[in-house]
Design a protein around this ligand. Structure first.
Ligand code: UDP
Ligand code: MG
Length: 313
């Protein structure tokens, strides 16, 4: 008998929660019950609405359901990690609470798992109900990341995936604070494959990824998987130094061999402003990395669990 763990991060998902639970259990009706059992772990990521009560309710009526209640909002990537830390399955599936990832795709993932793959991620063929802005930025973003970073991340995938216990244990050894789970999973290797699916629109509720959170995820992805921005800093510094060198030659020439050396004021202003700007840019890039080093070095726990629900059953 193999146990499959389903990890569902939830942040203010009261509108979809019941439907999500229903669809997940329905999906498992289609799996061979003599071969598989399952557990569902809902991670309540500091929701401000009734999500935790809804989780408690299904835990009371269904012994396969467990809950992790965070002490505050720690973010999607951390919520996923907490669920995976606490699951017991021979395989674990991560799925969004909003039904954008259709639960039925899990069945195809399990099939691939039986074929011997260790990581099976869901690849989006189509994405319904997303703004053009989100589609374009997402597309651009994944290609950009791949250009920059040292690992090959699969294009057009999110956090909807199945991992075998073996791969999962390796993943869980990585305890960095700034997490871009997709990249980390790509980094561990093993036999990886994908199943394609059409991403549906949110069943209900609104996105929990406003622009600010999207930007934070993007910078975590770039800065934790690439040193290219630091190289950009060096490169820009190098180019300006060359410019500055010629500037110095020119100024000296004007000063020593001509009479109109006050004229250079415009050039002076431009170069001061330009170089000042570039120094700040480069410092900013370095600062981002230093900030992350500081964050990592504190070695804080990734998350704080207020209560664990249903784990003693
Ligand atoms: N989520 C979370 N913590 C957060 C933000 C989001 O646990 O701080 C969960 C959310 O409940 C959902 C999943 O992460 O299950 C993906 O969020 P959402 O669907 O809002 O993102 P989108 O699909 O719009 O990118
Ligand atoms: Mg969503």
């Amino acid at each position: 008998m193999k146990l499959i763990s389903i990890v569902v991060p939830c942040f203010n998902e009261q509108e979809v929660f019941d439907e999500t639970y229903k669809r997940l259990t329905e999906t498992f009706e289609h799996l061979d019950k003599s071969k598989y059992t399952y557990e569902i772990i809902f991670v309540n990521d500091g929701s401000k609405d009734n999500t935790i009560d809804l989780i408690q309710k299904v835990i009371n009526s269904d012994s396969r359901v467990k809950g992790i209640n965070f002490s505050r909002n720690f973010g999607h990537q951390i919520a996923i990690t907490a669920g995976l830390d606490n699951c017991k399955g021979d395989a674990a599936v991560v799925i969004d609470a909003d039904l954008q990832d259709p639960p039925s795709v899990i069945l195809e993932m399990v099939k691939k798992w039986e074929e011997g793959y260790d990581v099976i991620f869901g690849k989006r063929r189509e994405r319904a109900g997303e703004s053009t802005f989100k589609l374009l930025t997402a597309k651009w973003f994944y290609r950009f990341i791949n250009r920059l970073s040292d690992v090959d991340m699969p294009l057009d995938t999110g956090d909807f995936r199945l991992m075998d216990r073996n791969a999962l244990n390796q993943f869980l050894k990585m305890r960095e604070t700034y997490r871009f789970v997709r990249g980390m999973v790509a980094w561990i290797g093993f036999r990886q494959t994908f199943v394609e699916y059409d991403r549906e629109s949110r069943f209900a509720g609104t996105t929990k990824y406003p622009l600010k959170k999207m930007l934070r995820l993007a910078s975590d992805a770039i800065l934790s998987f690439s040193n290219t921005p630091l190289k950009v800093a060096t490169f820009v510094g190098f180019i300006t130094s060359i410019g500055a060198f010629f500037g110095i030659i020119y100024s000296l020439y004007m000063r020593l061999f001509t009479d109109d050396f006050v004229e250079g004021w415009t050039l002076l202003m431009i170069s001061v402003l330009l170089i000042g700007g570039i120094i700040l840019l480069v410092l900013g890039i370095i600062g981002e990395y230093v900030g992350r080093i500081y964050g990592e070095i504190k070695q804080r726990p990734l998350y704080i669990i207020q209560d664990k629900l249903g784990f003693d059953k």
